[in-house]
Design a protein. Structure first.
Length: 225
């Protein structure tokens, strides 16, 4: 199986009834400002440079972002902030991510989510994550150049640890989430925590462009160690 075939398999997945029902409900009801648009309403695959050294992971697609556009971190306020920073730090060819056909290309970066479907209240159940971890494991397998993982937000950070705890004897207490913290993973990859680029974090000043670009420039040094 190739990465393309894996992504085709992901986009057809209907294993978790709760997630299938919710993503399709959102795609039918829609948000008023997008009422004339056709929502994707299916699982969201990762995308980017298949030879990348950096894997960036979020928890799950947004209800009216990825679940609408068909691409993670696309078409919402989090995407607006994240891609402004990714462009300025050289990981993206443009500063916007608004649709699957907007011409966006990622450089030495693959972007994905731990959970491929939008969950109710942004809270996946443990069994749903475990089901999706099979896909995540295949993604990491095909992305053979990855040596660094950036987790966007504490929940994505914890999900990443849960994934590794399936196959390795690591303890959660040894991995404390903070913006910019770096940890060695058992497979020799480096895990780096980052505040999520959510409007709440941006509006409160927890994260801003300067802090995020500083982190991304640090990540470059880690990748090329």
């Amino acid at each position: 199986m190739t990465l393309i075939k894996l992504n085709n398999k992901i986009s057809k997945c209907r294993q978790c009834d709760r997630l299938v029902n919710f993503r399709e409900k959102i795609a039918t009801e829609k948000r008023r400002q997008y009422i004339d648009q056709n929502y994707w309403g299916k699982p969201i695959t990762g995308y980017g440079d298949s030879k990348a050294q950096l894997l960036m992971i979020g928890l799950a697609p947004a209800a009216h972002g990825g679940n609408r556009t068909g691409r993670v971190f696309t078409g919402d306020k989090s995407a607006d902030f994240l891609f402004k920073c990714l462009h300025k730090s050289g990981f993206a060819n443009q500063s916007i991510s608004i649709s699957r056909d907007d011409g966006l290309q990622l450089k030495n970066l693959y972007l994905t989510t731990a959970l491929k479907c939008v969950p109710p209240e942004d809270k996946p159940k443990p069994d749903e994550l475990k089901t999706c971890f099979k896909f995540f494991k295949d993604e990491i397998s095909y992305l053979s150049k990855i040596n660094t993982i950036v987790a966007l937000g504490k929940i994505a950070f914890d999900a990443c640890l849960n994934f590794y705890m399936q196959d390795y004897n690591i303890k959660r207490k040894d991995f404390i989430f903070q913006h910019g913290t770096k940890y060695n993973l058992p497979d020799k990859k480096i895990l780096i925590g980052s505040y999520h680029p959510s409007p709440r974090n941006v509006n409160t000043g927890r994260i801003n462009e300067k802090k995020m670009i500083l982190l991304l420039n640090t990540v470059k040094k880690v990748m090329n160690r």
